[in-house]
Ligand binder design. Structure first.
Ligand code: UDP
Length: 492
């Protein structure tokens, strides 16, 4: 334990953070842990041995800089859950949605060990901040008589839309999944077909756990949203009116780590030497590079991967292409070799096979566009860095994020995908976006004509607002302080 933590131990508010073990949920929670700790709160962060190993440098950094964050690794009973030994993260599920319910239920077993740990802790817990997918944390909060605040990791836009969807059961009787359905009570007209809604992430077997999640969330005292008021106050206000709960906009939380090398690997260890990556980017012209990455869990089928490679090559734009599937799908590796692809593009393209230091790449001045699957973290990281986006949503909240980026904020363009894929059951012979269409969209995004320049300016201005929100006196900075104050007053 460090001196800072010892200083006013008994009075120090103690936040217990419980993420969903998936990069898109854990990364912003790690940022939140640092934000809270840097504002003087004590943080217990629940993790697992494998996930802790992935973020070794972050844990080390917290220790060295005497930040009061305790990382608490719990193991699971895999056999009981029917999952392979060592399945500790969503990105390890081989069958995606089919195994999702089992994975979520396996996490419930953390309840008793966490309660025992907190009972023994010298500083009583003051607040549980829990991923909304972890309903068991409600019992932990009740055990200690403390508030439970939810975290979902989505935009306020998508969070509001989801709450309305649940409240009005708007897709219950919809038979045509492509038919646009109005979202009643949304602050502006919005129609979403079932295939583009969050319901697209539902799967048989998830009903029971979904019920538990909804029930527990109706009891939670509010939510943390990784956004900022200058961008999403309309949806934050509507959410608060609809649910009568506080929505704390405290983002973009990724800005906490700006400039901190250790925080770049807060999701996983990068598969490329960061120095090499920076050197490559330094050698490119400002705003010229297209960055292509589909997040941590989306599975792009080999035929589509090849089509992406050929179109980005045909665009003749410099690019960084992150290939997640290369190790899992030998046909991609074989294709790269047969085509001599890497050699062919070597003066213009950098291929990263595995985990890329995404935040670092997006913050480099050479990057001028981001082809993204529209995971909320990817979008908010792009926004912080003023990078316009080409949006290619896959499932879940991603189509809603696409609407926010392309139609509302006008800092991106849509690649044109009209329906979701089923995570884990992707059709191997399906090419959703053809080579020429993608090439056209890449050129449109990177274009330096009037429209392209206006989009760039809007993206840059939004990035400036994001940074201002996180600075002392900014809206998100104030909200973090207020959150800590409210929790502290309650526990006193
Ligand atoms: N990420 C990364 N390198 C990768 C892939 C993803 O650093 O190669 C990070 C990315 O910066 C973001 C998170 O992982 O913080 C992905 O979250 P997002 O919500 O964008 O998508 P998800 O993976 O949940 O679909």
């Amino acid at each position: 334990m460090n001196d800072f933590a010892h200083g006013s131990r008994s009075k120090q508010p103690h936040f217990v953070l419980v993420p969903l073990m998936a990069q898109g949920h854990t990364i912003p929670m790690i940022d939140l842990a640092h934000l809270l700790a840097s504002h003087g709160a004590l943080v217990t962060f629940v993790t697992t041995p494998l996930n802790a190993r992935r973020i070794e440098s972050v844990i080390q950094h917290a220790k060295e800089s005497q930040l009061p964050i305790e990382f608490l690794p719990f193991t699971f009973n895999y056999a009981e859950a029917g999952l392979p030994e060592g399945t500790e993260n969503l990105d390890m599920l081989r069958h995606g949605l089919q195994e999702f319910a089992a994975f979520l239920e396996m996490c419930f077993s953390n309840k008793d060990p966490l309660i025992s740990y907190l009972r023994e802790h010298e500083t009583p817990p003051s607040c549980v901040i829990s991923d909304l997918s972890q309903p068991w944390t409600g019992e932990v909060a009740r055990e200690f008589g403390i508030p439970r605040i939810g975290f979902l990791g989505m935009s306020a836009f998508a969070t509001l839309c989801w709450d309305i969807t649940i409240l009005h059961k708007i897709y219950d009787n919809v038979t045509d999944e492509n038919q646009p359905v109005p979202i009643p009570g949304f602050p502006h007209p919005l129609e979403i077909p079932k295939t583009k809604s969050i319901v697209s992430f539902y799967a048989p077997g998830l009903e029971k756990v979904r019920e538990k999640i909804a029930e527990e969330n109706s009891k939670s005292e509010g939510i943390i949203v990784n956004t900022f008021l200058e961008m999403e106050s309309l949806y934050i206000d509507s959410y608060e009116k609809l649910t009568r709960k506080k929505a704390w906009a405290v983002g973009p939380m990724c800005l906490y780590n700006k400039g901190l090398k250790q925080m770049l690997s807060r999701g996983n260890k990068a598969s490329i030497d960061e120095e090499r990556c920076i050197k490559w980017l330094d050698s490119m012209e400002k705003g010229s590079v297209m960055f292509v990455n589909f997040g941590s869990i989306a599975n792009i089928v080999p035929l589509q991967v090849m089509e992406i490679g050929l179109s980005i090559e045909a665009s003749r734009k410099p690019f960084i292409w992150v290939l997640k599937a290369a190790d899992k799908m030998p046909e991609i590796e074989q294709w790269l070799i047969e085509e001599n692809f890497e050699e062919r593009v070597k003066y213009r393209g950098l291929i990263i096979k595995g985990w890329a230091p995404q935040f670092m790449i997006l913050s480099h001045k050479a990057v001028g566009g981001f082809l993204t699957h529209c995971g909320w973290n990817s979008i908010i990281e792009s926004i912080c860095n003023g990078v316009p986006m080409l949006t290619w949503p896959q499932f879940g909240d991603q189509f809603l994020n696409e609407i926010l980026v392309a139609d509302v904020l006008k800092i991106g363009i849509k690649i044109g995908v009209e329906r979701s894929v089923v995570w884990g059951s992707e059709k191997s012979d399906e090419v959703m976006v053809k080579r020429d269409d993608m090439k056209r969209k890449v050129l449109e995004l990177m274009d330096e004509g009037k429209e392209g320049m206006e989009r760039r300016v809007r993206a840059r201005e939004l990035g400036d607002k994001a940074k201002a929100a996180m600075k002392e006196g900014g809206s998100s900075h104030k909200n973090i302080e207020l959150l800590i104050k409210v929790v502290q007053e309650r526990s006193n």
